[in-house]
Design a binder for this molecule. Structure first.
Ligand code: GAP
Length: 496
């Protein structure tokens, strides 16, 4: 089935109560979105699944929750105040603002991340690129900081300036010593965080893909600097298949190649740590129902890499508007810890028991995933339209589904019996009770919002104390004893 366009997905999400333009009654605000009664549940389920997989089920990763506004020096040390900017084009006639890299990518299919302002200017002029709105020439292009400023306290002067964080990562570095000491962590280990990030994007677009306020799920994974080559957990993922696109393959205009991790390692296409994290991250998505054929792993070109990174791979997804970054996995070496040592004057090194020396760990991989982009992946990969049923069926994994169970009395006379079933299940599984319209209409409504199981209470239920459980994906039905319902629903949701 053809994927929905991003506009059609935004319309579907609004109509069904997943996502609304923020404060739409005032006309909305570009780059800001509000999550509705189903969207908030899906988003929370995504974050919970991520936290379970990356933190709770692992001994080597601990979580933190840092503040959104923090000491401004953090952002000077990280390089964001100086470097976190994009090149902006302003139309000489209509004043429309456009991101230069997006326009070049759209018109010339070339990635210009990391190129200087002069180089970008030349590309714009050489290719005679015009304002996408009114087709006029641009004014001289300008750099534009993506940092969202705020001021703290009553004095609105220079000393009160701070920033809403553009990433959660820096709070992990700033708290590195406290967390590693207090949690008695031994290398290699990770520190994870989920939280809001803010970026003053020049041209937010593509629905949730590029927002000005969004959530991130990030891990900084620290390794011994002398052991940065070997990943002790690589065996866990060596048979995972990934679609590899190295920087060399891109330069030679080759297509991505599907390969097992162990084969890519043999060919030295990727480092062990990058392979480990790319495979671990893709597996998180596919275990939750995303389609493996929509993923690829792409190495950044030399000129594309961030100021701090020595090697970066992106986990990419085939969005309706092309292959785009889902998650960046950057090798940041000891850049951040050293910067924070320099700017704060504090020693952030840790004691290595083996060599009896102080060391500054390397961050070889920084799996950093936007919640909204994950939200889009699960929505796109689960959306189907069933012609036979005549309605959309959102085949979300039951663990992600906002509502797990729909409870329907066959006729109004059975309301009381059905309510008892609802009361039995509602505290364990997010459930809805629906008695309006025909059973067919109720099933259709449930399919459209992704309810994986619908329970119908009929006249036989009064006699045999059993109910009918209908599976959303194939519409198959089974009879289950009311006494066994809790256990059966738990099993069906965990292992559909
Ligand atoms: N700490 C690393 C970091 O911030 P990034 O690639 O700039 O790296 C990480 O951002 C992830 O956050 C991206 O891969 C993407 O999933 C998400 N993200 C970044 N900018 C976003 C935006 N404007 N809107 C929605 N998600 C965004």
């Amino acid at each position: 089935m053809e994927k929905l366009s991003i506009e059609a997905m935004a319309t579907f999400c609004k109509k069904k109560g997943f996502v609304y333009p923020s404060a739409e009654i005032y006309g909305g605000l570009a780059g800001f979105w509000d999550f509705g009664h189903l969207g908030v549940e899906l988003k929370n389920n995504i974050k919970n699944e991520w936290w379970n997989y990356h933190v709770k089920q692992r001994e080597d990763i601990m979580g933190i929750d840092g503040s959104i506004i923090t000491h401004p020096k953090v952002w000077e040390a990280s390089g964001h105040v100086e470097n976190f900017e994009d090149v902006m084009l302003t139309c000489s006639k209509c004043n429309e603002k456009t991101r230069a890299d997006h326009l070049i990518e759209e018109k010339l299919k070339t990635n210009v991340e990391g190129r200087s302002v002069d180089e970008i200017n030349k590309i714009i002029k050489k290719n005679n690129l015009k304002c996408p709105k009114c087709n006029s020439d641009f004014k001289e292009l300008k750099k534009f900081s993506l940092m969202l400023k705020t001021s703290i306290g009553p004095l609105e002067d220079k000393s009160s300036i701070s920033y809403l964080r553009p990433e959660t990562a820096q709070l992990i570095f700033a708290n590195f010593k406290l967390v590693s000491d207090n949690a008695r962590l031994k290398l290699p280990f990770g520190i994870a965080q989920i939280g809001k990030g803010f970026r003053n994007e020049i041209s937010p677009r593509d629905f949730l893909f590029r927002c000005r306020e969004f959530e991130m799920m990030e891990i900084e994974y620290f390794v011994h600097p002398d052991k940065a080559e070997k990943c002790p957990s690589i065996k866990e993922v060596e048979n995972e298949e990934l679609n590899f696109l190295t920087s060399e393959m891109q330069q030679k205009k080759q297509e991505p190649k599907e390969m097992k991790v162990k084969d890519a390692l043999k060919k030295k296409l990727v480092s062990e740590w990058h392979a480990y994290w790319l495979a671990t991250e893709q597996k998180w998505f596919t275990d939750l129902g995303a389609k493996p054929e929509n993923f690829r792993v792409r190495q950044h070109l030399k000129e594309e890499k961030s100021h701090y990174a020595t090697d970066t791979w992106d986990l990419e997804y085939n969005f309706p508007f092309g292959w785009k970054e889902l998650q960046g996995i950057a090798n940041r070496t000891d850049f951040d810890l050293k910067q924070h040592m320099k700017f704060s004057g504090n020693d952030l090194s840790i004691f290595d028991e083996e060599t009896k020396k102080k060391i500054i760990p390397y961050v070889i991989a920084e799996p950093s995933q936007g919640v909204e982009r994950a939200f889009l992946v699960f929505m796109f990969d689960s959306y189907t339209y069933d012609k036979k049923r005549g309605n959309a069926v959102l085949k979300l994994h039951p663990k992600l589904a906002p509502v797990k169970v729909g409870i329907f009395p066959l006729v109004n006379k059975l309301d009381n019996e059905a309510k008892k079933v609802y009361d039995l299940l509602k505290s364990d599984f997010n459930s809805i009770f629906d008695k309006s319209g025909s059973i067919g209409r109720r099933y259709a409504r449930a399919d459209e919002i992704g309810i994986p199981y619908c329970i119908t209470i009929d006249f036989d239920s009064l006699k045999d104390k059993k109910v009918t459980v209908r599976n959303r994906n194939d519409t198959k039905q089974i009879r289950v004893k009311i006494n066994d319902l809790k256990e059966t629903m738990g099993k069906l949701i965990d292992n559909p």
